[in-house]
Every structure is written in C-alpha cells, then in structure tokens.
Design a protein around this ligand. Sequence first.
Ligand SMILES: Cc1cc2nc3c(=O)[nH]c(=O)nc-3n(C[C@H](O)[C@H](O)[C@H](O)COP(=O)(O)O)c2cc1C
Length: 185
Amino acid sequence: MKQSFDKGFLTPHPVFIIAVYDENGNANAMNAAWAGQIGANQLSISLSSHKTTTNIKANKEFTVSFATKEYIEACDYVGMVSGSKVPDKLAKCGFTVTKSDKINAPVIDQLPVAIECKVIELQEEFDETRVVAEIVGMKADESVLTNDKVDLSKVHPIMFDTVAGCYREIGENVGGAWSAGKKFM
Ligand SMILES: Cc1cc2nc3c(=O)[nH]c(=O)nc-3n(C[C@H](O)[C@H](O)[C@H](O)COP(=O)(O)O)c2cc1C
C-alpha cells in the first residue's frame, strides 16, 4: 500500500558547477542543483542571492560543468562557501580555469564537460532569480569522448539526492530509449 505525503520531490537533480567572471575578471563558481534543460538549446537555473547571481546579472555569460565523482569534494566545496567571503575559493579546492574562446566565461579545467551559456532572460520571483540561458557551445575533454560524442560512462557525473542529502553516481546504461518499450509492441 502506498503512503500519502503532503510534499514531494523530483529526481534526479543534476549537480552543475556554474562558473562566471566578476566585474574585475576574476573567476568564481558555485554548485547548483535546482536546474534543468528546457527543449534542445536552453537551460533554467533557480538562484538565490549569491556572488554568482550578481556576476551572472552583470556578465550575462557563464559555463555549466557537470560535477563528477572524481572531483566531488571540490564540487561540494564551491557550494559551501561564497566567493565574496573567500576570494580564492577556486584555488583553495584545486580548480583552475581557462577562458572560453566562445564567450566571456571561465571553463573549469578539471571538470571534463562544460556547457557554454548566454543569458536570455532573468526573472525575479520571490527571493529567487530564475536564469534562462541559451546553450551556445560545449567543451569536452578528449578523454571522455567515444566516436566524437560525450560518453557519460567516462564522465562519471553525479546527482544530488535531496532526501538523503548526498551525491549519487549516475549509473549504468540499463536499456535503450525508444527501444526498451518495443517489448510490448
Ligand atoms: C548540493 C548543492 C546544491 C545547490 N544548489 C543551489 C541552487 O540550485 N541554487 C542556489 O541558488 N544555490 C544552490 N546552492 C548553494 C550555492 O552553491 C552556495 O550558496 C555557494 O556558496 C554560492 O557561492 P557564491 O556566493 O560564490 O556564488 C547549492 C549548494 C549545494 C551544496
């Protein structure tokens, strides 16, 4: 028998590391799990008041890297401290950056996949800023490619478990999309 609850949740939450330059050209990054893809080329992120939020409003360009199992401590750390209090936040956790050749935003060298984004819309709702951005490019390490495509089995992206308050590794390929269901056709 199913139990009834007053509140629910969605899963999986992605773990994105959002990297952006401040007004002096210094790179900062934060962890964001309240985010998702809209259609083929856009994404939406719900941001509270952070240094990253201020920087995105000013700079309008940023990258989103997938947090990985290998860098779980650094990915968590950038979600625990603010760049406004710890200016060398990225250096402290071993992250270095290279400026994207497409947009004015830092690409985190250690994380294998980064999506390059340009802000389309900023919506202020209650205490949140909803950022809607267009995906204009992607950087991916050769080490995570198979036949010139990003191979998630090599990336080891993690998800955020909001119930247990932990990160989980995204697992195996368990069946083809638009394919596994053919069993019933
Ligand atoms: C797992 C996790 C998920 C988070 N998701 C979000 C989010 O979706 N939106 C948000 O505004 N803050 C989120 N945060 C909090 C920010 O990452 C955190 O406040 C960060 O220190 C802000 O850094 P900044 O001030 O340098 O920009 C999350 C933190 C963690 C650890």
